[in-house]
Design a protein around this ligand. Structure first.
Ligand SMILES: [Zn+2]
Length: 283
């Protein structure tokens, strides 16, 4: 499932081909994904110039000249594909849409942007650019983990007296938005905090220490995604999925990466989701 770094990588891959281009045609091949598409989505996208691409949490926002923004959520299996020729004639043959190509944007440059989603947990919506923070998917989101409103004092205050495990607290999108299962496992390993620790019982100093670790883990993953972008044009134009060296995630039974530790990575299930951690390094 794409998390914040993967979504940011997709945004950075799409931005140079979409910004400044006009959506000449929009093919909407079904009425819905996870939720119904907005009314007349194809018509509202057609002839719109793309002003810019932003990200909020795990949502990509494509700002259009007419005052609306296209929200893209990749869900579990959503993929954005770039095809066509940037310099070629727009009037060339396009292949028949593949089975899971649900939305295809034909840009006036000749580039096609395809939203392909086999499991259909993804979403697209149109919302007013001004006041977008009131959209139902975004109004309850906490601060961006890489933004200025997320700092030590904020996190200490939000976790104070919380009886929930730290793992669940960091996954709570109202506290900090965009963190998902993979990167929370990695953050807690680096912080040496057991995922089942009650959030409110962790010393303020250790909670403060989580903030730079969260930023570092996300920034390293975004950097890894950036290097994957350099290769995608030679491949199949698919954005957003890259190999990343995780230290604990999905490594159950592997030896801990800390050289002075002899333990193996352990998996427990918390709120229906797997937590991977080192029982010796995380307390
Ligand atoms: Zn260890």
């Amino acid at each position: 499932m794409p998390e914040l770094p993967e979504v940011e990588t997709v945004r950075r891959g799409l931005a140079p081909v979409m910004e400044g281009a006009v959506i000449a045609q929009a093919d909407v091949n079904r009425p819905d994904l996870r939720w119904p598409f907005p009314e007349n989505m194809a018509g509202r996208l057609t002839n719109q110039k793309v002003l810019g691409l932003r990200r909020r949490s795990k949502y990509i926002l494509v700002d259009l000249e007419g005052g609306e923004s296209l929200l893209i959520h990749l869900g579990m299996s959503g993929r954005m594909l770039i095809s066509g020729h940037k310099t070629g004639d727009y009037h060339h043959d396009h292949p028949v849409p593949a089975k899971h190509d649900h939305v295809v944007l034909h840009l006036d440059s000749g580039v096609r942007i395809t939203f392909n989603d086999a499991r259909r947990f993804g979403a697209m919506d149109l919302l007013p650019t001004v006041g977008q923070e009131d959209h139902w998917l975004m109004r309850d989101l906490g601060p961006e983990p890489l933004g200025n409103n997320f700092d030590e004092a904020y996190l200490v205050e939000r976790l104070k007296n919380r009886n929930t495990p730290i793992k669940s607290a960091l996954l709570d999108q109202r506290i900090v938005s965009g963190l998902g299962n993979i990167y929370v496992c990695e953050v807690l390993f680096r912080a040496g905090i057991h995922p089942a620790c009650k959030a409110g019982q962790i010393a303020a100093k250790r909670v403060s220490g989580l903030v730079p670790i969260i930023r570092a883990v996300l920034e390293e993953a975004i950097a890894a995604g950036g290097s994957s972008l350099k290769d995608y044009r030679q491949a199949d134009g698919e954005l957003g999925y890259f190999q990343h060296g995780f230290q604990v995630y999905d490594r159950e039974g592997d030896p801990c990466v800390n050289p002075d530790c002899t333990a193996q990575i352990t998996r427990i299930v918390q709120s229906g989701r797997s937590s991977f951690f080192c029982p010796q390094c995380q307390r």
